[in-house]
Write a protein that binds this ligand. Structure first.
Ligand SMILES: *[C@@H]1O[C@H](CO)[C@@H](O)[C@H](O)[C@H]1NC(C)=O
Ligand SMILES: *[C@@H]1O[C@H](CO)[C@@H](O)[C@H](O)[C@H]1NC(C)=O
Length: 453
């Protein structure tokens, strides 16, 4: 009984005593001599008491957002969260002396910081920086910052827009070699990937797949520098490019195929094909905006465009050829018809004169007999029936009928000719149409396979 009450009393007393003591963070700083006028010792040199001790910096990078991936300039702009932890051997205090204070936050420029930098960074980060870092009683210092990294990244756009890109961010000390500053990743690849997935805010066009960490030694001039290389793997979401680019080209190709069914006359088909070709070349301009000029390998999308463009060009040329053939045959027809007309006129004129000569003669049967084989049966009947009738009117009717028969026969001959040439044109058309269909149906699955592989 008495023991318990004694213990209770003791507890009360100690609590009262601790609540009476008031500590501030400044007390810790005063104890450490970390005041602004005397703190230069904390800033100037690497914080080790023995110069052979390396400073080990533990590093962690999380991916917050993929702000942009620009193929044209080969730029990768992620927004990352960097956590650095290192040991400062000059700092130590007993939390019990300071009411259990274990952490103090300090302005960033009051202590030495590792001079880490990102090798790929091509533009200084101008986003506002976190002004403080955390100092713990055993000398562990933690610094966190958000960095918008504008980095250069060698991209492979062979499979654009169904591509997966890997971009590296290498972090290393600028001047301290491996004996002075060691770098350690504080989480391995799978943990970093998982954390990044959790904190990821926006991904935009890109789907973040993986973040891997590697440790490399980079030697130069007999010295070695340690580097951590973070590799971001991400996959493009191709939907926009498919809708904006691949499908329209496919639609134009379909239109071009459909235009085989437009009649060849009067250049309508030609105009249509030229319009489709122009539309495609506008789309090619867009492609020029997206893709960089690469030297190593032609991107599939360029092959796709060029092959389709070439097919359309071929079909345009074929249409021009067919139109030319038809024009030529039409011209020859016209010439023939003209010749026919002149012949006709000549014969009629001759006949007229002959008729005039012989109109006095009452008998026309004999001379008409010469041309009987050319006349229609009805005309022959009429001829026979009114054989020896001296009728000028009937003679005129006969003339009219003969003329009609002649024009009709000329017309039929022309029709036959036209049919012959249009058969030629349609043969070329059908042949080319099948060639076109075969090439398209071979090419599209082939390039699709290549894209998906
Ligand atoms: C702070 O400085 C005083 C004298 O200026 C010295 O006595 C004390 O040991 C120093 N404290 C630490 C933690 O070095
Ligand atoms: C880099 O060099 C250090 C010190 O020589 C060594 O401990 C470390 O294993 C090396 N790292 C690699 C990746 O070779």
């Amino acid at each position: 009984m008495t023991r318990v009450t004694l213990l209770f009393l003791l507890l009360l007393l100690s609590e009262e005593a601790s609540s009476q003591k008031v500590c501030s963070y400044q007390d810790v700083l005063d104890y450490l001599n970390l005041t602004s006028d005397s703190s230069s010792v904390f800033k100037t040199t690497r914080p080790v008491l023995d110069h052979t001790h390396p400073t080990t910096v533990e590093l962690d990078i999380l991916l917050y957002a993929i702000l942009a991936v620009i193929e044209k300039t080969q730029t990768f702009i992620p927004f990352i969260w960097v956590t650095m932890t290192w040991n400062n051997e000059r700092i130590w205090w007993d939390p019990n002396q300071f009411c259990g204070i274990t952490h103090v936050s300090l302005p960033r420029d009051m202590l030495w910081r590792p001079d880490l930098f990102i090798y790929e960074m091509i533009q200084k980060d101008d986003s506002p920086q976190n002004p403080y870092m955390y100092v713990s009683n055993n000398g562990i210092i933690t610094s966190e910052e958000d960095v918008k990294v504008v980095s250069t990244c060698q991209m492979d756009i062979y499979k654009f827009p169904f591509d997966t890109q890997r971009c590296n961010i290498s972090i290393g000390s600028a001047i301290h070699c491996v004996e002075e500053v060691r770098l350690l990743p504080s989480s391995n690849s799978s943990r970093a990937t998982q954390f990044s997935r959790e904190v990821m805010k926006t991904q935009g066009e890109w789907e973040f797949l993986h973040l891997s960490v590697g440790n490399y030694n980079f030697s130069f001039d007999g010295k070695q520098w340690e580097q951590l290389i973070y590799t971001f793997t991400m996959k493009r979401r191709p939907l926009l490019h498919v809708i904006n680019f691949l499908l329209p080209i496919l639609f134009f190709l379909t239109l071009d195929i459909a235009s085989f069914f437009i009649s060849d006359h009067r250049g309508e088909k030609l105009g249509f094909k030229v319009t489709v070709l122009l539309a495609i070349s506008v789309l090619l301009l867009i492609l020029n905006d997206i893709l960089p000029s690469m030297s190593n390998k032609t991107p599939l999308i360029a092959t796709y465009c060029i092959v389709i463009f070439a097919l359309m060009l071929l079909s345009l040329l074929e249409t021009i050829l067919v139109t030319y053939l038809m024009e030529k045959s039409l011209a020859s027809q016209k010439k023939q018809r003209m010749r026919g007309n002149t012949e006709e006129k000549d014969t009629t004129r001759n006949q007229n004169t002959e008729d005039k000569k012989r109109s006095i003669c009452s008998c026309i049967c004999k001379e008409e007999g010469e041309k009987q084989h050319e006349l229609l049966p009805v005309v022959q009947e009429v001829n026979r029936a009114f054989k020896c009738e001296d009728s000028h009117v009937l003679l005129l009717i006969l003339e009219e009928l003969k003329e009609l028969q002649k024009t009709l026969s000329v017309h039929f001959r022309d029709r036959d000719d036209a049919g012959h040439t249009s058969a030629w044109a349609s043969r070329i058309n059908t042949g080319f149409f099948f060639f076109y269909i075969v090439v398209v149906s071979l090419f599209l699955p082939l390039i699709y396979n290549e894209w998906k592989s």
